[in-house]
Design a protein around this ligand. Structure first.
Ligand code: HEC
Length: 339
């Protein structure tokens, strides 16, 4: 099919097995998908064989990519549980799109506008709290009263987890300027903050896609002051001018009504073309480890959410959309000199 080339070198044998596995599950999926396609009984007959093959391979390619991602995803849990998602994304030091946080829930339906029922299903009340309410999985450890109380406290975490963007209303084309993203709350031990182009879980792109260029490493100010550990792990020669960062040392507590604060200062270079450009802050945070009822201590990995790694206790939230006008600053008219 020409999609998968044989691998060479010492890894070849091992990788080939994975590839074959992905291949077979991929084609099985393609067949099933094809079989359940609701198209009219004659629809396929109208397609020439070659067109059919092309369509099949298109579907197959899509799934191959998905499968490969899934393999990598699972491998990351097996190989490095400690670096998996609860705890933030210590290793993903790049521009991040909120689509990656598939397990997370949303707090606003608009964040998935245009996606029909999915938008409602992604809301914390349905995706996360429904499991707690019904005592599914690990939540069965809690009494019904405690589960109701837990939902209340988790809602408080959401209310107190905020993100705002401070930005200039107007900048000149190519001008270098600063925007500050301020966040509160988030369970901790970390939160993630990024700059994107729109407040949408699946459609947002990193802000750099619109021409907002990050200049130098973002300044990360955690609850106890400036932090450099996380960003400095990204090799300097690769450039540290990324739109997404992790803030460490976050520790919020719903019981104590105590909420962490952090801010990130980005230096940006404006796009060169005149226009009104959107800019949005994206906030990735956890909820369960801010509440005693839903926190379990792991001797090696520290506080873990009761709902587990595959739970729905993470959130994605967006700031308001900032519209920054990119146009030359007006030069003040030269004052006339009175005779
Ligand atoms: C397998 C499910 C899953 C996926 C996929 C996922 N997360 Fe999460 N994430 C979680 C859970 C569960 C928590 C919540 C921990 C809590 O409730 O305290 C979380 C919390 C977080 C936190 C806060 C850290 C913490 O421990 O509370 C950040 C930052 C984060 N996720 C970023 C991301 C990013 C970025 C992506 C995409 C690269 C992503 N997540 C994908 C499950 C996931």
């Amino acid at each position: 099919m020409g999609l998968v080339r044989p691998l060479r070198g010492p890894e070849a044998g091992r990788s080939a097995e994975i590839v074959i596995d992905v291949l077979s599950s991929g084609s099985r999926w393609a067949d099933q998908e094809h079989a359940k396609r609701p198209a009219g009984p004659h629809a396929d007959l109208l397609l020439k064989d070659s067109e059919m093959a092309r369509r099949r391979s298109g579907r197959f390619l899509t799934h191959l990519i998905l499968s490969t991602a899934a393999v990598g995803f699972l491998a990351s849990f097996v190989a490095g549980g400690a670096s998996a998602y609860p705890g933030g994304t210590p290793d993903y030091q790049t521009d991040v799109g909120p689509f990656c946080a598939g397990c997370h829930s949303s707090t606003a339906k608009e964040d998935l506008s245009g996606l029909g029922e999915r938008a409602t299903a992604e809301l914390a009340t349905n995706k996360h709290y429904a499991a707690i309410r019904s005592g599914a999985g690990k939540y069965a450890e809690l009494s019904e009263t405690d589960r109701a109380r837990l939902i209340e406290m988790l809602s408080a975490v959401d209310r107190n987890s905020t993100i705002v963007l401070e930005f200039p209303a107007q900048v000149a084309p190519g001008e270098t300027f600063q925007v500050t993203v301020k966040v509160t709350g988030g369970a901790g031990p970390t939160v993630g903050v990024g700059l994107v182009d729109r407040p949408h879980r699946f459609f947002a792109r990193p802000a750099s896609a619109l021409g907002w260029k990050v200049v130098g490493a973002p300044t990360i100010i955690g609850p106890k002051g400036p932090q450099r550990n996380w960003i400095e792990r990204r090799p300097e020669r690769k450039g540290r001018n990324v739109t997404f960062v992790n803030v460490e040392e976050i520790r919020s507590s719903a019981e104590d009504d105590k909420w962490s604060r952090a801010k990130i200062i980005y230096t940006l270079k404006a796009p060169s073309a005149v226009g009104d450009y959107p800019l949005v802050g994206a906030y990735f945070y956890g909820t369960e480890t801010a509440v005693g009822l839903s926190t379990r201590m792991d001797p090696e990995r520290g506080p873990q959410p009761l709902g587990g790694v595959l739970g729905r206790s993470g959130r994605v939230k967006f700031s308001e959309t900032a519209i920054i006008s990119v146009k030359p600053h007006e030069t003040p008219p030269v004052a006339e000199i009175a005779p």
